[in-house]
Design a protein around this ligand. Structure first.
Ligand SMILES: [Zn+2]
Length: 207
């Protein structure tokens, strides 16, 4: 589904939202959803008239399995470079256990074998990747980021959520590494000049 010029929400995936963004030198993917999504994402890229090899970047908003699950396979299928904040990179690479414990993550971990991948790009606050500016918004995880396009399209991952009707929802404290910090980060995101908010879960929000 096309949301606005050069921004698509990948249809038909489980769990977290995945967005495809046209950038200067090709395409950029925001998150990958659960394991098992890679072929569907490639098919979606082709449905927009592009080729798998046009994918330049796979940018992960944070290191939870419902966002990074298909990153390793997608990198193989497309040759894209994988980018994540430097504090979440070691979890993606399998060099560090996820800091969040919790029953939910334990269940996911048993149900789905996650394939780790060493990131090609370690991001920090203020970096620009594929023309999108990185803002570090810790709390949900240590290395959570939002991505901001100049025209006010904002990709918030799980740092700011929405419901299925397209209303903004706060991040869930129970799922946060640091709930208080997540709340502060959510307020920072809300203060941005947002035209279109593309959340990690829920419908896009238009302002
Ligand atoms: Zn999520």
């Amino acid at each position: 589904m096309q949301l606005t010029a050069g921004v698509y929400k990948v249809d038909g995936l489980r769990a977290a939202n995945v967005y495809l963004v046209a950038v200067d030198d090709g395409l950029l993917l925001v998150d990958t959803g659960m394991p098992g999504n890679a072929k569907r994402i490639v098919a979606f890229i082709e449905s927009t008239g592009h080729h798998a090899a046009d994918l330049r970047y796979i940018v992960l908003t944070h290191c939870d399995i419902d966002h990074i699950g298909s990153a390793a396979r997608l990198k193989e299928l497309t040759g894209a470079r994988v980018a994540i904040h430097q504090l979440d990179g070691p979890v993606l690479a399998g060099q560090q256990r996820a800091q969040k414990g919790g029953a939910l993550m334990a269940v996911f971990g048993r149900l789905f074998r996650i394939r780790h991948v060493v990131p090609d790009l370690l991001l920090k606050d203020g970096d620009v990747v594929g023309g999108l500016t990185v803002i570090h918004v810790p709390g949900h995880t240590a290395g959570s980021i939002v991505l901001v396009r100049k025209d006010g399209v904002v990709f918030s991952g799980d740092a700011l959520l929405s419901d299925n009707a397209g209303q903004v929802r706060p991040p869930r404290p129970r799922l946060a590494l640091d709930p208080a910090q997540a709340q502060v980060s959510a307020e920072r995101i809300k203060a941005l000049p947002i035209k279109l908010l593309c959340t990690g879960h829920g419908a896009p929000v238009r302002f």
